[in-house]
Design a protein around this ligand. Structure first.
Ligand code: ATP
Ligand code: MG
Length: 425
């Protein structure tokens, strides 16, 4: 036998018993974002490598060590998208959607990062991203956060996630802070973990994120970013908090929250959960007023977030929050014996589907005797089995078996739809 080829490590198949949960989540998100006026945008999975180098930042984890980069046959450097924001900006700007306009956009799809695969962390994973452009005031930051809170509420997750907020100020304020932080940390360099030592030169703000105990204890007496934040950023942050409070969205301020990507400024936030171990963040975002210009467009204020679908699904499953209607189930299983009955069962199946577009009607295909077909009906877990043989065809009827009670009744063909839908609803 030929050797079987396996999927690539960290890249998962989404099998039939899982895909209904994905559809449920995607449908819920699509409804919520639409109700806030967000329209979907779709862009390619592959982009020029420079887009992410410039857009995400050369010294970020993503660009330093997580990208899937390759040369195409022309020798051009391409990258499988590790996130959606840079691509979204590229696509919207290329189409002339950004300058002097307001846009509310969202997207969903696979992202690729070369990370160590573990629960909640994969090499191909999926995000849903929501981005807004052309609005500089914190009302839009608040709207996005309120939108995400509404989504958690719809999914039953609101009480299981916590909103963490911070402001990281303007680029100039961060530069001043970085200088002070580096000066302080250099004194304790040998007490920092290896990653943080490296980041001292490349991306010192990320050191605040370090999980290392020794690094954290050094950080206790480090200068505070808060003290470097100017009036404008403070006012922006205050107003955001006031709107969230007025809308009853609880939050905690996490002064250590800086986010891993280069493009953020002012507002940053994360929704975290205590139910997923180290992979605690299910949704993360913030304001990125500098990115459009950094990618060659005209300066455009922007704010957005992305959530990880796999982590959300893990969370829904862990908390047993997947509604039974979201799971795939068969309503009617059709059994027939003989050619005439087969045709009658086709016609009846179509009639049922026509009458109720959400009814799942499974016709037995592939032949087999009555007993075999009834076994299939049993294992399909259908609510009803509809049986048609030659006698039924001759009399214009069928047998409808209620699989939960075992009760079987003879029913006129033109009354089956009413009989079934009356019982189900
Ligand atoms: P982390 O700190 O967990 O690595 P991140 O800061 O790299 O996350 P973002 O780039 O902000 O994450 O992506 C937004 C969300 O996408 C994350 O909060 C998470 O839910 C999800 N995510 C990120 N990387 C992965 C991955 N490798 N596998 C699964 N989900 C992921
Ligand atoms: Mg990461």
């Amino acid at each position: 036998m030929a050797r079987k080829i396996q999927a690539i490590r960290g890249m998962n198949d989404i099998l039939p018993d899982q895909s209904s949960v994905w559809l449920y989540l995607e449908k819920t998100v699509a409804e919520v974002v639409k109700s806030y006026g967000y329209q979907q945008i779709r862009f390619p999975i592959v982009e020029n490598t420079d887009l992410f180098k410039r857009g995400v930042g050369e010294t970020t984890d993503i660009v330093e060590k997580e990208m899937y980069t390759f040369e195409d046959r022309n020798g051009e450097s391409l990258t499988l998208r590790p996130e959606g924001t840079a691509s979204c900006v590229r696509a919207a700007d290329q189409a002339g959607l950004l300058f002097n306009q307001v846009q509310r956009l969202w997207y969903t799809g696979p992202m690729f990062r070369y990370e160590r695969p573990q629960k909640g962390r994969y090499r191909q994973f999926h995000q849903i991203g929501v981005e807004s452009f052309g609005m500089a005031t914190s009302d839009i930051d608040a709207e996005l956060i309120i939108l995400s809170a509404r989504l958690w509420q719809k999914l039953g997750l609101l009480e299981h996630v916590e909103l963490q907020l911070n402001t990281i100020g303007l680029a100039s304020e961060r530069e001043a802070y970085k200088a002070a932080l580096v000066e302080y940390l250099t004194e304790f360099k040998d007490q920092l973990d290896e990653d943080s030592q490296r980041r001292l030169a490349t991306n010192p703000l990320r050191i605040l994120d370090s999980k290392d105990e020794s690094t954290q204890s050094v950080l206790k007496d480090a200068p505070n970013l808060e003290d470097f934040i100017g009036e404008e950023s403070q006012a922006h942050f205050q107003r955001l908090q006031a709107i969230l409070e007025a809308n009853n969205v609880p939050y905690v301020i996490n002064r250590r929250l800086v986010r891993g990507l280069d493009y953020y400024g002012k507002t940053v936030f994360e929704w975290v959960t205590s139910h997923l171990g180290a992979q605690a963040t299910v949704c993360a975002g913030g304001r990125y007023d500098g990115l459009v210009e950094q990618l060659g467009g005209k300066a455009t204020p922007a704010v957005g977030f992305a959530m990880g679908i796999e982590r959300l699904i893990l969370l829904l499953e862990t908390l047993d929050l997947i509604p039974s209607q979201a799971k795939f189930s068969t309503d009617v299983f059709m059994v027939s014996m003989g050619d005439d009955a087969e045709l009658a069962s086709f016609t009846l199946s179509e009639t049922l589907r026509e009458a109720h577009s959400n009814l799942v009607v499974l016709r037995h295909c592939g032949g087999g005797n009555f007993k075999k077909q009834m076994k299939k009906a049993d294992s399909s877990n259908a609510r009803f089995t509809v049986i048609i043989g030659q006698d039924e065809v001759d009399q214009g009827v069928c047998q409808v078996k209620d699989m939960t009670t075992g009760e079987q009744v003879s029913c006129k063909l033109d009354q089956v739809t009413t009989h079934i839908t009356n019982t189900i609803r």
